[in-house]
Design a protein around this ligand. Sequence first.
Ligand code: GUN
Length: 311
Amino acid sequence: MPLSANILDGKKLSTDIKNEIRAEVSQITQSGKRAPHLVAILVGGDPASQSYVRNKMRSCEYVGFSSTLKRLPSTVTEEELLEKVRKYNDDPDVDGIIVQMPLPEHITPQRVTQTILPTKDVDGFHPVNVGLMTLNFPCLLPATPQGILEMLERYNIPTKGKHCVVVGRSRIVGRPTSIMMSRGGHPGEATVTITHKYTPAEELKRICPQGDIVIVAVGKPGLITAEMIKPGAVVIDVGINRVKDDSKKSGYALKGDVDFGPVSEKASFITPVPGGVGPMTVAMLLRNTLLAYKMSHGMAEMEQMTKDLYE
Ligand code: GUN
């Protein structure tokens, strides 16, 4: 009889977290203070990016944040975009700034990321925050990796001493996730293997079945098949791929990087797509914005460093 995996319900968890944030924001505004304010900059009209940003703005409204969506044409110059970012950096009524990725070819994403003030970098992409994260110092953590770890924590999934295989080394997901899973603290303390596009297919097939926890973020629908998963493993699928599907009104279906049906019969826990990691990313972005607000209002400090976390 095949195992049938428990679903890691990111949609429900994210609603719980958003309700926690909403209660806190309500207390803040009732005390006469302004609400936290997130600015999202969207360059061009990529349909997936538009949909993600819309979602983020809707979630801001739900928790009681102010939000601004700044749309710029795909022809905007890099300097014009940087100038907008600097304007929001200097605005004391703005707590968090995100620039939705990917950006058009003529804009260097690193330059944009480095221009956002680290204290307003609620995506956690700025080199200062990445450095602090790597050293296990308090900082604004990247939203998707933070969402993955939050899921593991809220479902009481042990990570200490487990083998975690991370497939994909992107700056946004794979690389920071691999660091956060190996750092001190909980969740963390895992043995981590990271694979990427230069890992030969046969190596990927050899490494994945060693994973107690397998985290996949590459953008290739169905890449991870049931043979690549150890019975009872925890499978986290970060892929959100638009696959042509004429039976859908939109003309496409959303599919993850994991072959969900067969893998769910082998895994102990698995995230669905959609409704898994995606909603958690949005919840963590809101949490970071609230944290940035509280720090700039003297209502919170980054947690004190402790010796045992500096690992
Ligand atoms: N593109 C894909 N994921 C993200 C994200 O978390 N933040 C931003 N800014 N762009 C993205």
